[in-house]
Design a protein around this ligand. Structure first.
Ligand code: PHE
Length: 449
């Protein structure tokens, strides 16, 4: 690739960006709600096992391929393929990844837009505009379109500014804020009545809850949370210096991502029980804990309302947390198609961002216009069906198609002492056999069930 290709300026810059991509609505919303609807701590245990056993090795495959190729996902996969058939497969898989990354962004921007409206609602109330506040939290098409548009605009503005001036700068600013807000919110919730009961549900596992669907949910969640399969981690890896140790950085990102998911559980699950203590309905008629959108947009806002004066700042803090988490993830999704098109066509980054952003805005608008038919469908198509399969394909590229000696050389780069370590001995074989088989087996048995 050209000598002028941008890179992250430092190790911290990369970690902030990659952790920013990984830590998103998937952690703060997805993980606690999945935990709630899968019976609590048993899900947490399975999730952690899968994150390190399956998602981490797959993450490594992306980072290693990306840094070696220093290119977008399509060019990278083609670059490590030598035969005509494997190159054709590379083009197919790469383009499918670009498509899925764009589709994930098209629904993510809608959901993130809702976070923005709930962030603006307390501000409207403070400004004594109750009419605006209720418009912001109503479910009109106009509100959904506007909030999605605002969110897409923020995402595009960051991506248009490039790697160091956009992705790295904003991830480095926003991630510490995210952590600080989260710690304050957890500390506050823990002092409230009912929190301890929630903590128990969250931390004491009931293994009778284990089931194939729990395992599939946990795997899907781990792949989504680590932003895998669609080339986001591959492209971030491609902006990383040769001096860095990939296995270490990958492990750090996995650890930070799982850690924040765990923290989010410490916030949300006890908050549900605090809400119950305050008289908010938190269980459905058949005794299930309310999860999904109702949890975020009904249970928690009712909880904030029931808190008195402090409710407003708490709501502000919570929805800022959600918005920050969402934007550091959405930029990594947009970077996938933008890097592909900019590198393939030589159109400059800003113009490409506007072009791609406009197309995704169009897709999101189509989803909003056909919400009942398309919203759930796009989520399932991308996260349940496509991400794990693309993850398998990337493992196959790393394990089977790529020349073994080049792979080993790339692992050593920036970390020569790795030779002889456990990672060195296990990972290349693991990513070749175990990863694809385990991912496929989990996928098939749960789809069949
Ligand atoms: N990891 C992000 C989250 O947890 C979502 C994501 C998926 C980001 C795929 C990039 C690519 O919300």
């Amino acid at each position: 690739m050209s000598a002028s290709r941008e890179q992250f300026s430092s190790r911290t810059g990369f970690i902030m960006a990659a952790a920013g991509s990984a830590i998103g609505l998937g952690n703060i919303w997805g993980f606690p709600t999945q935990t709630a609807s899968n019976g609590g701590a048993a899900f947490v245990v399975v999730y952690f096992i899968l994150a390190f056993l399956l998602a981490y090795p797959a993450l490594m495959a992306e980072l290693i391929i990306g840094r070696h190729a220093r290119a977008n996902v399509v060019t990278a996969l083609r670059g490590i393929s030598t035969g005509t058939k494997s190159r054709a497969l590379a083009t197919t898989v790469g383009c499918y990844g670009v498509l899925i990354a764009s589709l994930i962004l098209s629904f993510y921007a809608i959901v993130a837009g809702w976070m923005v409206t709930y962030l603006l609602e307390p501000i409207a109330l403070l400004a004594e505009r109750p009419d605006a506040a209720s418009w912001l939290t109503g479910f009109s098409f106009e509100r959904n379109l506007l909030s999605m548009g605002i969110f897409m605009g923020m995402t595009m503005a960051i991506i248009a500014s490039g790697i160091q001036g956009g992705i790295e700068k904003w991830s480095t600013r926003l991630m510490p804020m995210l952590l600080a807000i989260m710690v304050c919110l957890i500390a506050y919730v823990m002092t409230q009545d009912g929190a301890m009961e929630g903590l128990k549900v969250y931390l004491v596992p009931d293994f009778s809850q284990l089931s194939p669907s729990l395992v599939l949910d946990a795997m899907g969640q781990a792949f989504f949370s680590l932003s895998l399969g669609v080339g986001t981690m591959l492209i971030y890896g491609s902006y990383l210096s040769n001096k860095e140790s990939l296995p270490k950085l990958g492990a750090m990102v996995t650890l930070v991502d799982s850690g924040i998911a765990f923290f989010a559980g410490l916030l949300i699950i006890p908050a549900i029980f605090v809400a119950q203590q305050n008289g908010v309905t938190v269980f459905t008629e058949d005794g299930q804990m309310i999860a999904g959108p109702d949890l975020i947009f009904q249970v928690l806002p009712s909880l904030f309302d029931s808190m008195g004066d402090i409710g407003l700042p708490v709501a502000l803090a919570f929805f800022s947390l959600m918005t920050i988490a969402a934007v550091t993830s959405s930029i990594s999704m947009l970077e996938v198609p933008v890097s592909f098109i900019a590198e393939e066509t030589k159109i400059n980054r800003k113009a490409t961002t506007v072009l791609v952003g406009a197309v995704i805005f169009g897709i999101s608008t189509t989803i909003l216009l056909n919400f009942d038919q398309l919203f759930g469908f796009v989520i399932d198509l991308t996260t349940v069906y496509s991400q794990p399969i693309l993850g398998v394909m990337l493992c196959i590229f790393a394990g089977w198609i790529w020349h073994r000696s080049n792979l080993l050389q790339e692992i050593q780069s920036g970390h020569p002492e790795i030779v002889g370590t456990l990672f060195w001995k296990i990972w290349p074989t693991y990513v070749r056999y175990f990863c694809p088989i385990l991912i496929l087996a989990t996928f098939i048995q749960s789809v069949v069930n």
